[in-house]
Design a binder for this molecule. Structure first.
Ligand code: SF4
Length: 255
């Protein structure tokens, strides 16, 4: 879900001063209803501000900076949103940006669970320590896998980012929480050999679910990626078959 489509009812209050006892939520927007961001659940999505990685295909780059005091929701606003939807939505997905950037994530999730919602998490796995803390509160995790672990920097532009991603994959697989690992495919960034290597790495860590997602232009600010003519089939049949053999669940997600 692209955060450009967010409902952001309180952005006009962006300069408000929160009282010292208000719980600040660096959430830049909410999608109030989705059927595609949390498998088999009717859900809302909360988009957290801030991400230290710089993936060229990112469609939420407006969420990269942490803009303190801007677009925050306070605890009353969040509470009201959640109260109004109890019984109508199954779950709340924490997305971003990168939600595990925030020390408050566990307390946000706890509050949501106490109100009877299931909890979903979208993450790139860059903060394994925080992921470890919040995994027991999650009912489902969707983790973006960027590249073969040794080549992560090619996508994220951050040195050694593959190391934290590898730890996070392992942690998710062992946690018993439902998950999906997914990769955005653009031919200028990942070759078919890269995809096969990623599949092998993921499978060797015990993962059983892998999804390849078609690159989408909407929200992407990289002209070179957007102007590239994309092949009709974004992976060949042979690679599709080879990856299909590695996982219990493997499929392609088109835009
Ligand atoms: S990790 Fe996600 S939010 Fe951060 S730059 Fe990459 S795609 Fe964008």
């Amino acid at each position: 879900m692209n955060a450009h489509t967010l409902l952001n009812p309180r952005s006009a209050k962006s300069n408000k001063t929160l009282s010292s006892d208000s719980l600040v939520h660096p959430i830049s927007g909410v999608t109030p209803f989705t059927t595609i961001d949390f498998p088999n659940r009717l859900a809302a999505v909360f988009y957290a501000q801030g991400c230290p990685w710089r993936c060229r295909y990112c469609f939420n780059s407006h969420l990269w900076p942490l803009q303190e005091g801007k677009f925050d929701f306070d605890s009353d606003e969040i509470q009201k949103f959640l109260s109004l939807r109890q019984g109508f939505l199954d779950g709340i997905v924490f997305s971003g940006g990168e939600p595990t950037l925030h020390p408050q994530l566990a307390s946000w999730m706890q509050r949501v669970k106490e109100m009877g919602y299931e909890v979903g998490l979208h993450t790139s796995g860059m903060f394994p320590e925080r992921l470890e803390e919040v995994l027991p509160l999650c009912d489902w995790v969707g983790m973006d896998l960027k590249a073969p672990f040794d080549h992560y920097e090619r996508i994220t532009q951050v040195e050694r980012s593959g190391e934290s991603a590898c730890k996070s994959v392992s942690m998710i697989v062992k946690s018993g929480v439902d998950y999906e690992f997914r990769t955005t495919v653009h031919p200028l960034l990942l070759s078919e050999e890269d995809l096969l290597q990623m599949g092998r790495e993921l499978s060797s860590l015990g993962a059983e679910c892998f999804v390849l997602q078609e690159f989408r232009r909407s929200g992407c600010n990289d002209d070179e990626l957007c102007n590239e003519r994309l092949p009709a089939l974004f992976i060949s049949r042979s690679v599709h078959e080879a990856l299909g053999h590695l996982f219990k669940t493997f499929f392609l997600r088109h835009e």
